[in-house]
Design a binder for this molecule. Structure first.
Ligand SMILES: NC(=O)c1ccc[n+]([C@@H]2O[C@H](COP(=O)([O-])OP(=O)(O)OC[C@H]3O[C@@H](n4cnc5c(N)ncnc54)[C@H](O)[C@@H]3O)[C@@H](O)[C@H]2O)c1
Length: 379
């Protein structure tokens, strides 16, 4: 086991909703990590909603609860702040964190639009803060192995690259509206803002930067229950398919499809990556979370299935035969964030960078333009 510094990194959370609680869970079982060189403790939590804070009273490491994020940021004993709030608040809260002298794990999409993402990135660079953006699925063993297979360069000329993130809960028209379905809070890019970094992170990391794209965007239900007996406009894009062209060294014009869908029948939370070449291919889906599918060229081709088990980037107490799940990924992502912040990531996969977050917003801005003008857009 690597040496463990005696003092844990002290983390504060702003936004004690769905994701804020997941972070408390990841830190609460940090002892499950066997070779993470950094320890961490969640010590302070902020939410404007007092009821949301109450849940954190059961978390032993938490010393401070507040409804005012300025009070949290004024604490000199916090090293890192994680912010998980609606998208229209990203820019102002992220800038407050940076200007308070804290490092930041930001939630995606890193600002409500491209302009906001650039302002956050530039301020982080000016202040020389360590900033990364939340995107946990690449830490899955299947995703890591797919990346390694691609980087080994034995797949032959590439035929198709595909990255997808698919939900189905919005198929129910009776599901009440929330902030993620309203442009003023989620952003004009809608589902791309909400699910998009999950599909863009690996492609951007692997250098698959689209030169051109054509976008198909869909809004399915125009109204939803407002949860108070009335109806309200549901004005975000529900499904987005981006048909992209990528020029790679030695191979121009590779098709890349990026799909984000809130209405994808049968998919509760399916993250999928597929890389097809003439000599081989690799495919991974969270529908089979420990299983990697591969083919190699022959007279006939078949997909083989390899169970990778719990081959996580950071070793844990969990036996190698078991299946990874969403809470495990978040913990791995946090381990990568804190290790990289300490300069101890080594050759492991790192969290999404501010530049990658800006680049993913460039895709969504181009997609909105493509849809509006019904044309292919050059990036
Ligand atoms: N990485 C992932 O897999 C993942 C999954 C879901 C959501 N997210 C992202 O996390 C962020 C939050 O999403 P969520 O699902 O947790 O939302 P949520 O609605 O469950 O929680 C947001 C919380 O922020 C609080 N809040 C609002 N304004 C605040 C303020 N000024 N100060 C402090 N707290 C404030 C709300 O009261 C609420 O409790 C979004 O950026 C979303 O895109 C990421």
């Amino acid at each position: 086991m690597s040496s463990t510094p005696s003092a844990p990194v002290r983390v504060g959370v702003i936004g004690a909703g769905l994701m804020g609680r997941e972070v408390a869970s990841a830190f609460g079982r940090w002892f499950a990590l066997l070779d993470c060189p950094v320890r961490a403790a969640l010590v302070a939590v902020c939410d404007v909603n007092a009821a949301a804070l109450d849940w954190f009273r059961q978390v032993p490491s938490v010393e401070f609860l507040t409804q005012d994020h300025h009070a949290l940021l004024a604490r000199p004993d916090l090293d890192v702040v994680y912010v998980a709030v609606p998208h229209h608040l990203h820019e102002s809260l992220y800038l407050d964190v940076l200007r308070a002298g804290k490092d930041l794990l930001a939630e995606k999409p890193f600002g409500i639009d491209l302009a906001a993402s650039r302002r956050i990135r530039d301020e982080a660079a000016r202040l020389q803060r360590f900033v990364r953006v939340s995107s946990e699925f690449p830490f899955l063993p299947g995703a890591q192995r797919a990346i390694q297979i691609y980087q080994a360069g034995n797949l032959g000329p590439l035929l198709q690259l595909r990255s997808r993130f698919l939900h189905s809960s919005d198929l129910d028209p009776a599901k009440p509206l929330n902030w993620k379905r309203q442009s003023q809070y989620c952003g004009e890019a809608g589902v791309m803002n909400d699910l998009g970094l999950h599909v863009a992170h690996v492609p951007l990391r692997l250098g698959w930067r689209p030169a051109h794209l054509y976008a198909q965007l869909q809004k399915i239900y125009a109204q939803r229950s407002d949860g108070k007996g009335g109806m309200a406009a549901c004005d975000t894009w529900d499904n987005a398919t981006l048909h992209c062209t990528v020029d790679l060294p030695g191979q121009a014009g590779v098709p890349l499809t990026l799909e984000t869908r809130r209405m994808s029948p049968t998919d509760t939370n399916s993250w999928e990556l597929e890389i097809l070449g003439t000599d081989g291919g690799v495919r991974f889906s969270t529908k089979a979370p420990k299983t990697l599918r591969q083919y190699v060229r022959g007279r006939e081709q078949t997909w083989s299935a390899t169970d990778l088990g719990f081959a996580m980037p950071f070793k844990t107490i969990t036996g190698g035969i078991f299946e990874p799940g969403f809470p495990d990924l978040l913990q791995q992502m946090w381990a990568a964030f804190l290790a990289e912040r300490a300069g101890l990531l080594g050759d492991r996969f790192g969290c999404a960078t501010p530049d990658e977050a800006v680049a993913h917003h460039e895709l969504w801005a181009a997609a909105l333009l493509s849809h509006r003008e019904q044309r292919v857009v050059a990036l």
